[in-house]
Design a protein. Structure first.
Length: 578
């Protein structure tokens, strides 16, 4: 992937004034540091070699100048270190916010394929060292370019032939850097992919820790984790191997440069073409030329990690949601809740079989319709097409006669309430979780919604009532309590269309009875689609639609379908026997 320079530098724009100030300080600090060896040369070559009776005052004067220069350097370095890192951290924070917002825009099918742990790695680890790249990259290049060019000019003025001899080593350093930087980039990319696998394994195992412990399968999870951990270790070993070759190669060349200066400089002194004071100055300035190489060598891994992280950031940002708004998408106002499927077909991937094929169905406004059928018949998929969690492969899904593709996504989904079998509650308080249904709601609205959901009484029995912390995923609550909070959330949202996806199938009989009462209250006056596993719960549905792999097999009331002795009657008899 070609490195997107324009996009990379665009993140400097909000902080450009502060960043320029940091670079200006860097330039001043670097330029001041170049003066020190010249002052040493002046002391050894001119002052101490002249009239010693007047030398002491001149030495003290130069010492005072050096102290002033040190003060300038310290102030400059403080500003560069503090504000430079702040600029980098701000840009990293901006990118993390941008990436998270972009992830929020991606469609359901993206999350069907990606693991949460890997996505967490993208948003945390990948961007972690970008602040160092943004800060130290330009700053170090300015600092060391000033020192390198300044040292080269000064050395050339002292002894041109010796400077050229030293400079001949630098192309070799350039070739070495290019070769191993390519290897490091590849190795570091592999590291990031594999730490993503480690994170995914950790997230998967810890999210299912209760299942792990119930089956006493801790050893299996440890083995799975170790497998990913060892793969990550192996990729890091390859990185360290490339680093070792690179760093040692650079150190060897630097030592050869120092030997060259000592040998040829000493020979020049013997030949009276160079003075001892000049050789000392030469050796001091060589460090100014070598230091950038040493510093950039040791920073290469950090810089490469930043570059790799940015490339992976751009890979993620380049992904487009498969379901998005059309230009000038319609905003819904008053919704009756009439739903119609016209010859709708759907499959998850082009190479997979159709889940729904040429399905047509009309649900009247305010009608209570139950969807039943064997697993895999497409009941949940059918309901997922209405809020456009997935896009129909062909045909039309209409809401109040309008194709859902023509409706603004947020406007569409605001009209639909969903209660699922697997309830997801966020870490936080009861009130915060109910308010999720309508962020602008006041406390009284939330309490009213909870009462409608038969949740108020159990909430008031919690240690802090509505302000009780419920733990990650509502771990401190029972299944029935969590389900009633999710129902309260939808009551607060107050949508005209309601989808109940096997909302009671995982509950015990007592909890099911309470939740069923809440759901019946919620469904009043709304167009309601119920995906039912327990057929006894949908006897009072106005219409029951039986879905099979071949589409709609039959539809009617509970009594008429039983009398028809078809698919529904068989499902009911089988469930009753069980």
């Amino acid at each position: 992937m070609r490195f997107p320079m324009k996009k990379f530098f665009s993140y400097y724009k909000p902080y450009i004034k502060l960043f320029i100030a940091v670079l200006a300080c860097t330039f001043i600090v670097s330029a001041v540091s170049l003066v020190f060896p010249l002052l040493v040369q002046h002391i050894t070559k001119n002052i101490l070699a002249g009239d010693l009776s007047a030398a002491l005052g001149k030495v003290y004067g130069i010492g005072g100048l050096m102290i002033v220069m040190v003060a300038i350097q310290n102030i400059g370095n403080y500003f560069v270190d503090y504000k430079g890192h702040e600029v980098g951290a701000r840009m990293e924070s901006d990118m993390r916010s941008e990436l998270f917002a972009h992830m929020q825009s991606l469609s359901y099918d993206f999350y069907d394929k990606e693991k949460t742990g890997k996505l967490m790695s993208r948003i945390t680890n990948d961007l972690l060292l970008l602040s160092e790249l943004y800060h130290h990259g330009p700053e170090d290049y300015v600092k060391y370019l000033v020192r390198f060019i300044g040292a080269f000019v000064i050395l050339f003025s002292i002894n041109a032939s010796l400077t050229i001899a030293v400079f001949c080593f630098f192309p070799l350093l350039g070739v070495l850097s290019l070769y191993f930087n390519k290897k490091l980039n590849k190795a570091l990319r592999r590291n990031k992919e594999r730490i993503g696998d480690v994170n995914a394994q950790v997230e998967d195992s810890l999210s299912g820790i209760r299942v792990v412990k119930s089956f006493a399968n801790e050893h299996i999870e440890i083995d799975k984790f170790n497998r990913e951990n060892y793969r990550f270790l192996d990729s890091r070993k390859q990185t360290y191997k490339a680093e070792a070759y690179f760093f040692n190669g650079v150190e060897t060349i630097i030592q050869l440069i120092t030997i060259t200066v000592i040998i040829f400089g000493s020979a020049s002194i013997v030949g009276s073409t160079l003075e001892i004071a000049d050789l000392i100055t030469f050796l001091l300035y060589i460090s100014f030329m070598v230091e950038p190489i040493q510093r950039l060598t040791h920073m290469s891994t950090q810089l490469q990690e930043g570059i790799t992280g940015f490339q992976r950031f751009m890979e993620m940002m380049s992904l487009k949601p498969t379901i998005d708004n059309k230009p000038n998408a319609l905003m819904l106002r008053e919704v009756r809740g009439e739903i119609e499927f016209k010859q709708v077909s759907f499959r998850y991937e082009d190479h997979l079989n159709y889940v729904l094929a040429n399905l047509s169905l009309r649900v009247q406004s305010g009608e209570y319709v139950a969807l039943v059928g064997p697993s895999g018949a497409g009941k949940t998929t059918f309901c997922s097409l209405i809020p456009r969690f997935y896009e129909a492969t062909s045909g039309e899904v209409l809401l109040d006669g309008i194709n859902v593709r023509d409706i603004d996504l947020r406007s569409l989904r605001n009209q639909i309430g969903i209660v699922q079998q697997e309830v997801y509650l966020f870490a936080g308080t009861v009130m915060e979780n109910i308010r999720y249904g309508k962020p602008s709601a006041n406390d009284d609205d939330i309490i009213t919604a909870a009462k409608h959901a038969n949740a108020h009484d159990f909430i008031m029995n919690l240690p802090n009532g509505y302000h009780s912390e419920i733990g990650q995923r509502g771990v401190k609550l029972s299944g029935g309590q969590k389900q009633r909070l999710s129902i309260a959330r939808v009551f607060l949202k107050n949508p005209p269309v309601l989808i109940l996806d096997e909302a009671t199938s995982a509950l015990d009989n007592e909890s099911e009875s309470i939740v069923k009462e809440s759901l019946e209250s919620l469904a009043k006056g709304r167009t309601t689609l119920v995906i039912a596993h327990r057929l006894s719960t949908i006897r009072n549905a106005q219409r029951i639609v039986v879905l099979t792999e071949n589409g709609i097999a039959e539809q009617g009331t509970h009594d008429s379908l039983l009398a028809g002795d078809g698919v529904y009657a068989q499902l009911y008899a089988k469930q009753f026997e069980l």
